[in-house]
Design a protein around this ligand. Structure first.
Ligand SMILES: O=C(O)CCC(=O)C(=O)O
Ligand SMILES: [Fe+2]
Length: 296
C-alpha cells in the first residue's frame, strides 16, 4: 500500500484533515537544503556524542540526540515552521493552546533491527483518549533520504481506531521520502522505525507538538537553560511552554505569566477572557476542517 504524499504548497487544513482521518500525512520538500545543511553542520558533533539505546524500543544501533533548541539553532526554524505549526494546530484544535513536547534527532545506524510497533500516546500513562481527541502531533523531518533499505518509518494507515490485534495483522508500509520532506503522524497510529539494511545512517528530526495541558516529554525548561531561552523569540518560547497551557495551567508565583517572568517583567497571567477568544479561534478552525471532505 502506497502512502499519500502532498506537495509543499498544500493547504495545511487539507494535510491535517488527512492526518486526522488516516493517522499520517507526508508533505514533500518542505525544508530547504540550505536549512538542512546548516542543521546538519550544527548537529554533527552532538550526534557523534550521543550513545545508542539500551532496549528494544530505543534500539542499540539508534542514537537519540535531544535538547535541539539549545544545541542546534537551526532546529528553531523547524519547530516554528509555519506549515508544521498550522498542521499541528489543525489536528489539536480542541485544545486552548499547543506546545512543544520533544525535539530529537533519531539516527538509525546500519545493522539496526525494526523498532517495536507502537502508538506514541501510550506515554501518557496509557490513558485511553477518545477516538476524536488528539493529544499529540508528531513530525519526522527527513535529514537524509528515507528509504525502505535505510529504515524509513513504518506507518500503518487507518490503524488508530483498530485494536492492536487488528492493526498488527497488517504489514505497515514505510514512509519513503526525500531529504527535506516531513512525515506527520498522530499519537494513536501504529508505527515504528525501520531496520537499516544499508551502509549509511538514516537521520530524522522528530519534533512533537501536543495539547497545552499535558506534561512535556522533554523538559523544555531544563533542556534549554534560561540564559539561552532569554535570547529566543517570544513565539518560540510560548511554543516551548512559556505560556499558560490552558486556563490557569503553568502560572508562576502570584499568577504571573511565565514568559514575562523569564523576561524579568512579572506581568499578571492571561485572563479568562483571553482564553475565551482563543477557544473561539480554535472552534472556527475546527469548523473549517469539518467542512472538508477527507476523501477529496
Ligand atoms: O525513527 C523512527 O522512524 C520512529 C521512531 C519512533 O517512532 C519513536 O522513537 O517513538
Ligand atoms: Fe514512536
Amino acid at each position: 500500500m502506497a502512502l499519500t504524499h502532498f506537495p509543499a504548497w498544500t493547504d495545511p487544513v487539507v494535510v491535517s484533515t488527512h492526518l486526522a482521518t488516516h493517522g499520517y500525512a507526508i508533505v514533500d520538500d518542505l525544508a530547504s537544503d540550505e536549512l538542512l545543511d546548516r542543521f546538519a553542520a550544527e548537529a554533527a558533533a552532538h550526534v557523534q556524542e550521543s550513545a545508542g539505546g539500551e532496549d528494544d524500543y530505543d534500539g542499540s544501533n539508534t542514537r537519540r540526540t535531544g535538547a535541539l533548541i539549545a544545541k542546534i539553532p537551526a532546529s528553531r526554524e523547524l519547530v516554528m515552521h509555519p506549515v508544521a505549526v498550522a498542521v499541528a494546530e489543525g489536528l489539536l484544535h480542541q485544545a486552548t493552546a499547543i506546545q512543544l513536547l520533544l525535539t530529537q534527532i533519531i539516527t538509525i545506524d546500519p545493522g539496526e533491527t525494526p523498532q517495536k510497533l507502537h502508538r506514541d500516546q501510550m506515554m501518557f500513562d496509557l490513558y485511553p483518549f477518545p477516538a476524536d481527541y488528539h493529544v499529540q502531533c508528531n513530525t519526522m523531518w527527513a535529514l537524509t533520504d528515507f528509504t525502505a533499505e535505510n529504515g524509513a518509518t513504518h506507518v500503518s494507515p487507518n490503524s488508530s481506531g483498530m485494536t492492536d490485534e487488528e492493526a498488527e495483522a497488517i504489514d505497515p508500509p514505510q514512509a519513503e521520502m526525500k531529504r527535506g520532506s516531513v512525515l506527520f503522524y498522530e499519537g494513536k497510529v501504529l508505527h515504528g522505525g525501520g531496520a537499516n539494511r544499508s551502509d549509511d545512517a538514516r537521520q530524522g528530526i522528530n519534533i512533537t507538538y501536543g495539547v497545552g495541558w499535558v506534561r512535556q516529554e522533554e523538559n523544555q525548561y531544563l533542556a534549554c537553560p534560561p540564559d539561552v531561552a532569554r535570547t529566543l523569540d517570544d513565539d518560540l518560547l510560548r511554543m516551548m511552554g512559556y505560556q499558560q497551557g490552558a486556563f490557569s495551567l503553568g502560572y508562576v508565583g502570584d499568577q504571573e505569566d511565565p514568559l514575562s517572568v523569564l523576561r524579568g517583567e512579572s506581568l499578571r497571567a492571561a485572563r479568562i477572557a483571553d482564553f475565551a477568544e482563543a477557544s473561539e479561534a480554535h472552534r472556527t478552525f475546527a469548523d473549517d476542517i469539518a467542512g472538508i471532505d477527507p476523501s477529496s
